[in-house]
Design a binder for this molecule. Sequence first.
Ligand SMILES: [Zn+2]
Length: 394
Amino acid sequence: MAILPGFVNAHSHAFQRGMRGQGETFREGQGSFFTWRASMYELVASLDAERAYRTSRTAFEEMLDAGITTVGEFHYIHHAADEEENARWMLDGAILRAARDAGIRIVLLHCDYVRGGFDDRPLAGGQVRFNTRTLETYLASLDRAEKIAEGPLQSVAAVSHSTRAVPIDRIAAVHAEATRRGSVFHLHLEEVVQEIDDCLAIHDRTPMRLLLEHGVIDERTTAVHCTHSNAEDLQDFAAAGARICLCPNTEGNLGDGICDLATMRELGIPIAIGTDLNSRIAPTEDLRWIEYVQRVRHQMRGAVVDQAGRTGRALLDIATVNGAASLGVESGSISVGRFADFVAIDLDHRTLEGVDPDQLAEAIVMGTGPECLAGTCVGGTWVRGGPDAARGGA
Ligand SMILES: [Zn+2]
């Protein structure tokens, strides 16, 4: 076996695992991000706490199967049903229970969400289940989530959904709260062109520029996607020390577009990955996608390389060290003082047969998926396989 640091999934919506295979039929012509979002809201409308628990647990179990030891669960579906007072915030507990029962480390990115658009339109349909209402209500729910989070495997961070779903002053207030609590801060940013156009129409600046001007972008900030972020904004984003989380399978599935990775890399912006809508859970596949879409787009090879020009380690860092830093978790590398979160690779697996040991990292990233894993260890406990299993033991 070879042991690697466990993979870190910096951006997931576990409940969306319930949509796998759905929304892939396009009878009425072309689909888009927005036709997908309409089906997602339909799923949301049918979700109660029990179903949210089961779907999330399935997603977390599948993550462990795929060598993911930490998930950043970007959680915004808080209420089971808007009309019932006792159903409020029920889903927060359901997600944490699902993670605990699966045995995965979780950072609950507890999400503020209050409006339907930049024009302050109210939440409608399935969206009402996301409503965090006043800032005080949101902060109280954050305290409550922190109280029910259990032990070293669970923590909670204050995050905002997006510049579309939260007014800028309130994003700044939540970011200040994250700073006060010493937690990380995440938000969706510039995934689709429409979001940028709508923001320009109201604020006369891009969402990233708006955040930069309000001091929301700093070392604790991870912006998710940045598919359409421009180079000038990225320059100031990089100078502020912020990070980006790419979700290659999701961005491909939704047809979001291809990010300006060359500029991100040149500016030294740390990149993490997320499984986002969980249509597929396979970290090495996401890593390949990061590299391959750039190869296809620019007719070149070697978009993500280290100083020696090698892809393997540079891409693996994205799924390990960078993910852990993005979530503020002491994992992502095998070293003293870090959590014992590992993934074991079966070197006898057929996908690795004939591989030069010196090129093992490249072979793992380019040529394997979860099928070659021999175990997943979270906080010192092998929750899948591991050395004992390999010896024929427990
Ligand atoms: Zn997302």
